[in-house]
Design a protein around this ligand. Structure first.
Ligand SMILES: Cc1cc2nc3c(=O)[nH]c(=O)nc-3n(C[C@H](O)[C@H](O)[C@H](O)COP(=O)(O)O)c2cc1C
Length: 186
């Protein structure tokens, strides 16, 4: 199973279209995928427990009772991922940051290794405005991947101006993820 994380409140926007393109590509290559829209579910920000670290640091789990733990397990078992975020202020959406912050805390120092270690993650920044900040958003996502020892596959910026051609690129990236055509090292 491949997982596609999206984090836009706009159910019919550019981010959603990217998620569907990634899924179509996976299916075309014989894979199975699931889109998880973390903007549509209950997800809280990190509470910064203790002196800065909580159970994330020594147990690899978060004390907040919301959808986080369920998704964390799905990512542990996933064959590969897409993370697709709208570009807000040149960064991933607040919802992606909520999720990403908590996941990184749990995985970066997990005893026995990150559950995402060695997994390919295709990164997509969907910019519906000027397109400014697409690159900085991707830099954030790539750094986040590295903190968890995941392996970035594609870093794809899509704007409303490049929508149709780049949706095809995303579909192709979905197929290539299933075919295992990405770099495996760190
Ligand atoms: C708070 C906020 C900040 C934004 N910042 C940027 C930006 O820095 N660059 C950009 O090109 N678009 C920006 N946008 C536009 C979004 O990227 C646009 O809404 C995009 O289509 C998001 O994907 P969606 O269609 O899934 O909503 C911003 C939108 C919001 C709501």
């Amino acid at each position: 199973m491949y997982i596609i994380i999206t984090s836009s409140p706009n159910m019919h926007g550019l981010t959603a279209a990217c998620g569907q393109a990634a899924l179509n590509g996976m299916i075309s290559a014989g894979g199975q995928g699931e889109i998880i829209d973390i903007a549509a579910r209950q997800l809280e920000p990190c509470r910064i427990c203790g002196n800065g670290w909580g159970t994330c640091r020594n147990m690899g789990s978060c004390v907040i009772n919301d959808i986080f733990a369920e998704i964390q397990l799905k990512l542990r078992d996933a064959e590969g991922l897409f993370v697709i975020t709208p570009v807000y202020w040149g960064l991933p959406s607040e919802r992606q940051k909520y999720f990403g912050d908590r996941l990184r805390r749990c995985e970066a120092f997990r005893e026995g290794g990150s559950w995402l270690k060695g997994k390919n993650i295709n990164l997509v920044a969907a910019a519906g405005g000027s397109g400014n900040g697409t690159a900085t958003c991707l830099v954030e996502l790539e750094t986040w991947c590295r903190h968890m020892q995941a392996v970035p596959g594609e870093r794809i910026g899509i704007t409303r101006f490049s929508r149709e051609p780049v949706l095809k690129v995303i579909e192709d990236a979905g197929a290539r993820l299933v075919r295992g055509e990405y770099f495996k090292g760190f």
